[in-house]
Ligand binder design. Structure first.
Ligand code: F6P
Length: 328
């Protein structure tokens, strides 16, 4: 392993995700293991532009593996979208002696990192951290598994009240433009129907499906709606539509919102983040740049950032079928 690099900076950017802290800890400890320095950058790219750095040692990242959110804080930087902002960021990194950058975030974070690395010939490696799981080149992003468990837990609770009152609930879950969270939790929580952007069920088929479910003896129903689904303008319009066409139903809406991003990371996310942190730092030490670390066939693999950004993270078709059969 070449050790010409002496200092690595790490930041978290975009929407926070449970397990980001475990990734920060892993990057810091892998640096310590290889006897190189590590600095944490606060508030994503804004923090590089403002020179808001803190040295991370093996010891001062203790006690964070179990914490949700990100101790480095996060932001979606507008200034980093400008060449002036990126130039300032580069100057600050050089002034501080940082020779490579690990970015933890989603595709917006990776887009910034790629442009920056090409403009200034600065080594970067990405670690996928987002609850949406919408990144090509990894079967799991950090935070996704925890979010699934959080959402399943919330739906279990809503089901208690739904069945007590014989109600139909539309539950909106996050996921931006993809339906990974919705599809998985619908199977995991035994929802009666799921609406995802990748599959347009259509309003008529939704009514048919709800009627079938009622005819089969179900007195309450849970419909999971991905926030990116296009069947109605929003989940409240879906409620209005069903109210209008199925007056026998007592319909409620629950938008789970940002609680899905919080909480202590699952063991899966902690292990994934720890593995990705090691792989990211060791890839830099091997002279690699412009890649994202990912989990593929249970191995740590590198995918060019460009592909990770442009590639599509496809829905699991087998799971879609399982969902259909389970909602019979
Ligand atoms: O990308 C993570 C995510 O939570 C998406 O699921 C959601 O669409 C978006 O971020 C919400 O962003 P914000 O926190 O800026 O409202």
């Amino acid at each position: 392993m070449s050790k010409s690099i002496k200092k690595i900076a790490v930041l978290t950017s975009g929407g926070d995700a449970p397990g980001m802290n475990a990734a920060i800890r892993s990057v810091a400890r892998t640096c310590a293991y290889h006897k190189i320095e590590c600095i944490g950058v606060y508030r994503g790219y804004d923090g590089i532009i403002e020179g808001d750095f803190k040295q991370l040692t093996a010891r001062n990242v203790k006690g964070i593996i179990n914490k949700g959110g990100t101790v480095l804080k996060s932001a979606r930087s507008q200034e980093f979208r400008t060449i002036e902002g990126r130039r300032k960021a580069h100057e600050n990194l050089i002034k501080d002696g940082a020779e490579a950058l690990v970015v933890i975030g989603g595709d917006g974070t990776f887009t910034g990192a790629l442009i920056f690395s090409q403009e200034f010939n600065f080594p970067v490696i990405g670690i996928p951290g987002t609850i949406d799981n919408d990144i090509f080149g990894t079967t799991h992003t950090i935070g996704y598994d925890t979010a699934l468990n959080t959402v399943v837990d919330a739906i279990d609770k809503i089901r208690d009240t739904a069945s007590s009152h014989n109600r139909l609930f539309f539950i909106e879950v996050m996921g931006r433009d993809v339906g990974h969270i919705a599809l998985n939790v619908s199977v995991g929580a035994g929802a009666e129907e799921v609406l995802i952007p990748e599959e347009n069920l259509g309003l008529d088929r939704l009514l048919e499906s709800l009627n079938r479910s009622r005819a089969s003896g179900k007195s309450s129903s849970i419909v999971v709606v991905a926030e990116g689904d296009k069947i109605g303008k929003n989940v409240f319009e879906l409620k209005d539509y069903v109210d209008e066409h199925m007056s026998h139903y007592d319909v409620r809406v629950s938008v789970l919102g940002h609680m899905q991003r919080g909480g202590s990371p699952s063991c899966f996310d902690r292990v994934l983040a720890s593995r990705m942190g090691v792989k990211a730092v060791e890839s830099i030490l091997e002279g690699k740049t412009g890649y994202m670390v990912g989990l593929l066939n249970n191995l740590m693999e590198l995918t060019p950032l460009e592909k990770a950004i442009k590639g599509e993270s496809k829905i699991n078709l087998e799971l879609l079928r399982v969902s259909e059969i389970m909602t019979t």
